[in-house]
Design a protein around this ligand. Structure first.
Ligand SMILES: O=C(O)Cc1cc(O)ccc1O
Ligand SMILES: [Fe+2]
Length: 431
């Protein structure tokens, strides 16, 4: 029997308590773990936070599946994904600003797992804190293998080509301009409806991504909870050999099953994958003067243990009106105590005239002086400050309180001349 829904169906809301079943009668009523679940299904809890986490942060779901996850042979090291890295392969961390062109196309026959290139990491999964930034280029569906990440939740940011993520809890279609969150431990396989896909993955080892507080903004604005979409229960009943690859403590491991583990027929709870269309972001900005801090564009935040200091903020720079008067409108020159990794999904970024390409990446670690390049500074300084709409663009930042460490691959492939974008600024002339 196969659940044969052709169109993925979604449930609106962020972190809601959801109940969904792909086969009527599969979901127990009134209890989580009945003595004999319907149809001989197995009840299994998937925890995203400690059992004892405060109620408003507690995330877990109950899964009703055809076979228990526990039934599997030992994992052994996985030898594929050659450009995947635990982040401990480069020398001392230099304080330099770095930028990268989009990663080269993967050879034919590369799926999402093998097409991952780890670029930046900080902390270590064992710390339960930190974030890594990977890029990917894939051109093959994952047909007979699934992946899960025991080290953190995965924030997918496709840049070109759609992803179809078939997860234990349902199916997500994620086009460029959308993001998706896959919880820690959740197994999935990725199909590529366009034949290939490229993008970014932020891997969050720390506290789960949540919507930021809005403070004086009020009850509405930025990413509104109702625009996040969670899939309904879906499963596949496939007794085919399936590889299970997991990331655990920075390394990849593999084992085999004789069936697909995407066999969850029903589930309920508030730990689930979701997707979000970045064009739904309610962008708030100045209508008077000055360029607000980019925190005004925060979509999701993973707090650290220090109040107000994020383990990871996911921030976007979407299309928006620029109306500030007597203001240098692009990002200003600055030095930040936080570390900034940036990517570009579409178009151009207003602080960089060239060199920062869609699919590319930049790194400005803590206290690195950065800001507009010379060309952007000149044109913004001379601009006629009429209302102007920045269109056709979507940049993002994964800002972290922990310094990012470029991997050996990233060090070897960085642009050689990035510092030059900040050369030849004219000296101020004092009276
Ligand atoms: O460095 C960057 O381009 C990101 C950024 C954007 C902005 O508008 C203000 C501060 C900031 O770090
Ligand atoms: Fe910055």
């Amino acid at each position: 029997m196969t659940a044969a829904a052709t169109q993925a169906a979604y449930i609106p809301g962020f972190g809601n308590h959801v109940s969904t079943e792909a086969v009527p009668g599969a979901l127990p009523i009134g209890r989580n773990s009945p003595q004999r679940p319907a149809f001989g299904l197995y009840a299994e809890q998937l925890s995203g936070t400690a059992f004892t986490a405060p109620r408003d942060e507690n995330r877990r779901s109950w899964l009703y599946r055809m076979r228990p996850t526990a039934e599997h042979p030992p994992f052994r090291p996985y030898e594929g994904a050659q450009r995947f890295s635990a982040g401990d392969d480069a020398g001392p961390l230099a304080p330099n600003r770095l930028r990268w062109d989009p990663v080269a196309d993967s050879p034919p026959g590369t799926d999402l797992v093998d097409g991952l290139t780890t670029m930046l990491t900080n902390r270590h999964p064992a710390d339960l804190d930190g974030v890594a930034v990977h890029v990917f280029h894939a051109n093959k569906d994952m047909t007979d293998r699934v992946f899960f990440d025991a080290d953190g939740e995965l924030l997918f940011i496709p840049q070109s080509g759609r992803l179809e993520l078939l997860t234990e809890l349902g199916r997500l279609e994620v086009a460029p301009g959308h993001i998706a969150i896959i919880p820690r431990g959740l197994r999935f396989r990725a199909l590529l409806p366009d034949g290939e896909a490229r993008g970014y993955v932020a891997e969050n080892y720390g506290a789960l991504f949540r919507l930021p507080d809005l403070g004086p903004i009020g009850a509405n604005g930025l990413a509104n909870p109702r625009d996040f979409e969670t899939p309904q229960a879906w499963f596949e009943d496939r007794d085919d050999k399936t590889e299970v690859i997991q990331k655990f403590m920075g390394r990849l491991w593999v084992t085999e099953l004789d069936h697909s583990p995407l066999d969850v027929v029903a589930w309920h709870g508030n730990l689930a994958p979701c997707r979000y269309d970045l064009s739904r972001f309610n962008t708030i900005n100045t209508v008077s003067f000055d360029h607000p801090d980019p925190s005004i564009f925060t979509v999701l935040t993973s707090p650290s243990t220090v109040h107000g200091r994020a383990n990871a903020d996911f921030v976007i720079f979407p299309p928006r009106w620029m109306v500030a008067e007597d203001t240098f409108r692009p990002p200003w020159f600055h030095r930040n105590v936080m570390s900034e990794a940036m990517g570009l999904i579409q178009g151009a970024y207003d602080a960089k005239a060239e060199g920062f390409r869609p699919g590319g990446l930049s790194l400005h670690n803590l206290m690195a002086g950065h800001g507009p390049d010379l060309a952007s500074w000149r044109s913004a300084s001379d601009a006629d400050l009429k209302p102007h709409k920045i269109e056709g663009t979507m940049a993002f930042m994964v800002e972290s309180c922990w310094a990012y460490r470029p991997t050996a691959y990233a060090c070897e492939h960085a642009q050689l001349d990035y510092d030059q974008v900040w050369s030849d600024f004219p000296k101020a002339k004092l009276p």
